[in-house]
Design a protein around this ligand. Structure first.
Ligand SMILES: NC(=O)c1ccc[n+]([C@@H]2O[C@H](COP(=O)([O-])OP(=O)(O)OC[C@H]3O[C@@H](n4cnc5c(N)ncnc54)[C@H](O)[C@@H]3O)[C@@H](O)[C@H]2O)c1
Ligand SMILES: [Zn+2]
Ligand SMILES: [Zn+2]
Length: 379
């Protein structure tokens, strides 16, 4: 049996073509018929050839759909259940999973230290869900049940990654209600971090980017947009605050950060965060940094050595948290906020497209043009 899927060919080229349909390989597996799967900024690192991703990999780690087939060991789920999967695959039983650190499951990615995901280079043998079907291992743990029907489809799809990841970015910063926050990056993750900060009672949220449509979305939800293309963003924030720094900062950009000129500068955001956050404040860094980057602008960052003013960080007594999001630690509660009508993260969605439109969607999302902010594909 075959199915259609988004396959990576070479840098800047993906094609939708026939691949083998997944089968149950273990009694704990389920097969999900995908109804919605999203393109993520993390996919772009592979798409641009900035990882070791090989041709033939099926992309897609933000997946939801309907259970079509169940392994005989699955106990909590039924055929026909509507589910959304965290982008991380996790076993639910190892020491890290037990402590809610499901992004650092030690079981699911043999041969690597930690971290796994569907359809992602070096993250284990799990084909992506930008396809008609996806196999979900340890399904009782990894599939979160949703109310039946099609209501909130766009909101629930964002529970696979960016809503929990934005929330996690705020959590990592040590945020407390009433504090002020500066979020760097108004991509989907940055917008979700800003939105989470507001949901959690931030007094002020500044959002830095240079893409007009993205800054407009930040403004629409009640944040102060800062265009780093127009001048130094830290100076701009400090000016608006009479020189006072913010309590918390979130890096929702990662290693492909660019300077004001548009040239890549991997430490651009880290440097800004250290300047803009008050002494003893905190930095949350969900933006991705990698131990090796084949397209890095210099040899050191090619090996994941990013230079930043550690002396200033020490002098200010800043704390920082980083790493993949433990989606399982948040997705159930965030789902309930959506059901209760208290959260509507789908404001970030710009496009709903058929799977067959993936090649063009990748191209435009990668160029951050035509308002491509968050693309949902429907196989
Ligand atoms: N930790 C996790 O679990 C996790 C999960 C999902 C995504 N990520 C990572 O989060 C990052 C953001 O993801 P996304 O989907 O929003 O990506 P994206 O590429 O769509 O957005 C990044 C944004 O950062 C902006 N930017 C670039 N340089 C900047 C600078 N110096 N200052 C401010 N903004 C700048 C870009 O204009 C862009 O809008 C990526 O690195 C992604 O890999 C991490
Ligand atoms: Zn993602
Ligand atoms: Zn585990």
């Amino acid at each position: 049996m075959s199915m259609r899927a988004v396959v990576y060919d070479k840098p800047f080229t993906v094609t939708v073509r026939e691949v083998e349909k997944p089968k149950i390989l273990h009694p704990d597996d389920v097969i999900v018929k995908v109804t919605t799967t999203c393109i993520c900024g993390s996919d772009l690192h592979m798409y641009e050839g900035r990882t070791a991703a090989q041709a033939g990999i099926v992309f897609g780690h933000e997946n939801m759909g309907i259970i079509e087939e169940l392994g005989e060991g699955v106990t909590l789920l039924r055929k026909g259940d509507r589910v959304v999967m965290p982008f991380n695959v996790a076993c639910g039983r190892c020491a890290n999973c037990e402590q809610g650190k499901s992004a650092f499951c030690t079981v699911v990615n043999p041969g690597f230290y930690v971290c796994s995901a569907y359809g992602y280079v070096s993250m284990g043998p799990y084909p992506g869900g930008q396809a008609e079907y996806v196999r979900v291992p340890f399904a009782d743990f990894n599939a979160l049940k949703l109310p039946p029907g099609t209501e909130h489809e766009e909101d629930f799809a964002l529970l696979a990654d960016i809503f929990p990841t934005g929330w996690h970015g705020v959590e990592l910063s040590g945020f407390r209600p009433g504090e002020s926050v500066a979020v760097f990056g108004a991509g989907p993750v940055g917008l979700m971090a800003a939105y989470s900060a507001l949901l959690r009672g931030a007094s002020e949220v500044y959002v830095v980017d240079r893409v007009p449509e993205r800054l407009a979305k930040a403004k629409e939800i009640g944040c102060v947009p800062i265009d780093f293309g127009a001048g130094d963003p830290v100076d701009a924030i400090l000016k608006l605050r009479d020189g006072k720094e913010v309590d918390r900062g979130v890096d929702a950009v990662g290693y492909q950060a660019v300077a004001q000129s548009g040239v890549e500068q991997p430490n651009a955001v880290l440097e800004s965060l250290i300047r803009v956050v008050r002494p003893t404040g905190g930095l949350g860094i969900p933006g991705l940094y990698v131990p090796s980057d084949p397209g890095a602008p210099d040899a050191a960052s090619g090996k994941g050595y990013i230079s930043f003013p550690f002396g200033k960080l020490f002098e200010k007594g800043l704390s920082l948290g980083t790493g993949q999001c433990n989606v399982k630690a948040y997705n159930r509660h965030l789902r309930d906020l959506i059901i209760a009508g208290r959260a509507k993260p789908s404001f970030v969605v710009s496009h709903n497209l058929p799977l067959d439109a993936a090649a063009d969607a990748y191209d435009k999302f990668d160029k951050r043009i035509d308002g491509y902010t968050k693309v949902l594909l429907h196989p």
